[in-house]
Design a protein around this ligand. Sequence first.
Ligand code: GLY
Length: 253
Amino acid sequence: MNRHALVRPPGRSFADAISSTGAAIDVCLAQHQHELYCDALRLAGVRVEVLPPDERYPDSCFMQDPALVIDGKAIIARPGAISRRGEELLVAPLLGQHFPTIHIEAPGTLEGGDVLVLSDRVYVGESDRTNQAGIEQLRAALHPLPVEAMRVQGLLHLLSGVTYLGRNTLLAVEAFAGQPEFEGMQVLVVPAGEEYACNVLGLGETVIAPEGYPRTAAMLACHGLRVLTVPVSEFAKADGGVTCLSLIYTEAI
Ligand code: GLY
């Protein structure tokens, strides 16, 4: 499988990214961490296309949110965060070179961080960033692929609490472990204190995980995965994780 990643390094304005933590962001360190993240993607066999930073959009390094590719279709999202509106228009022409594009329209909002893509279905978080109208539009766009909505509370996005490892297995925080929607799937629960580490980027046999969460890394390794850990402290300050930093797609056939 030829995986591609679109990434955008943080610019100076990343210091003003939306943040629930209020922690001061070290932009130089963030830029260095972003380079290490790209190295990890390449090590995992992903072809990385690096876009230029865009100072107009402090959060635009979080490339997962403004658009996503599912089932050979480019879904151009409509961010719920007002300061992020417009990021989607930067990536739409790039994806349009490879895929048919479908735009989420007002009053719908949708951010890629709320979209959990499995091989045969999609879960979408109804969150502060993604609303019912956005979910309905996504459902129509992906028909006949099943799209199931899930409530997200106390987290930025659905993927802040659960990510897909492949092979019918999820990595999740405790709160998501018993969800009836996930019946029939294996759900690995991150150890208490390592909740942030449930956000990992599954890339086949390899998984990219945040550095500093050894028990989660050990659990993933025991599960037979090659674990590449990367430092993402500056992105965590802006509520972002390893999935947030890239828009992953496979080549259109
Ligand atoms: N800081 C990432 C976001 O709020 O979208």
